[in-house]
Write a new protein. Structure first.
Length: 264
């Protein structure tokens, strides 16, 4: 799909905004001249054929679709008239109704890509307001399919939960990897060897799960059925509260997402 619309990314100079911009351009979804990006302090060297500005209203006026890729704390004092255009927020917690009222448009979408958009491997759940059209839905899907995969979900509560689950991107695998590496180093392995071992386990697992598309429970059960060293490790982690720790973390993330929305 090639989109002739003009797309603007507020926060295009940031990590996530830049990752989305790169995916959009790499896919050929839009011509670089139809992409407008805003920045706060320093213009990126990337995307030299696109339009850069520090004026968010200028970006909005030049765009048909506006992506808000800024921190919620930076958004609260932020004023932008989107004049009935399609606005897509990738901010955690900010509700559709608040976005619609603030930006003067009924066509609003909440989406939660993650940092893996940088390598085209993000999972992006999203939900639109009642006023978005079938064409709007097609544009949203096209944008986030350039970043990986996407799903339209049924409720804003789903988005709030997935903010912690998939919006975390590499954070949770990195948390596991960090714990594994610390243990390896504590047992005498050189840090560079431990890092290579752990990073390869994590990255290899991701590729394997992607290729096979197995249910994670089935993968775990396969190793448990072998009754070997991996089964002993899994049982030890679970006995120490691994599953409960994950559930508690996701619950905390969900509550934080809801509270961020309440603050708006």
């Amino acid at each position: 799909m090639s989109v002739s619309l003009r797309i603007g990314i507020i926060g295009g100079g940031g990590w996530l905004g830049g990752a989305i911009a790169g995916s959009i351009l790499d896919s050929g979804l839009v011509d670089p001249r139809n992409l407008c990006l805003s920045y706060r302090s320093r213009q990126s060297d990337r995307f030299p054929d696109s339009f850069w500005t520090t004026d968010s209203q200028e970006l909005a006026d030049r765009s048909d679709v506006i992506l808000l890729s800024i921190r919620p704390d930076d958004w609260y004092p932020f004023a932008l008239d989107a004049s009935d255009k399609l606005v897509v927020s990738v901010m955690a917690g900010i509700r559709l109704g608040v976005l619609s009222e603030r930006h003067k448009t009924g066509r609003v979408v909440r989406a939660l890509p993650n940092a893996a958009a940088e390598v085209g491997k993000s999972y992006t759940p999203w939900i639109g307001s009642n006023d978005i059209t079938s064409d709007d839905r097609a544009v949203v899907r096209a944008i986030f399919e350039t970043c990986g995969s996407e799903d339209e979900v049924a409720s804003e509560s789903d988005i709030d939960y997935l903010t912690g689950l998939s919006g975390s991107g590499p954070a949770f695998p990195a948390l596991l990897a960090a714990a594994m590496m610390r243990d390896a180093v504590a047992r005498g392995l050189p840090a560079d060897v431990a890092r290579r071992a752990v990073n390869t386990v994590i990255s290899g697992t991701g590729r394997l799960l992607e290729r096979r598309n197995d249910c994670p429970d089935d993968v775990v059960q396969t190793f448990l059925d072998y009754r070997g060293t991996t089964a002993a490790a899994i049982e030890g982690m679970r006995a120490a509260g691994f599953d409960a720790a994950v559930a508690n973390g996701l619950s905390a993330a969900f509550k934080k997402s809801v509270s961020m929305g309440d603050a708006s």
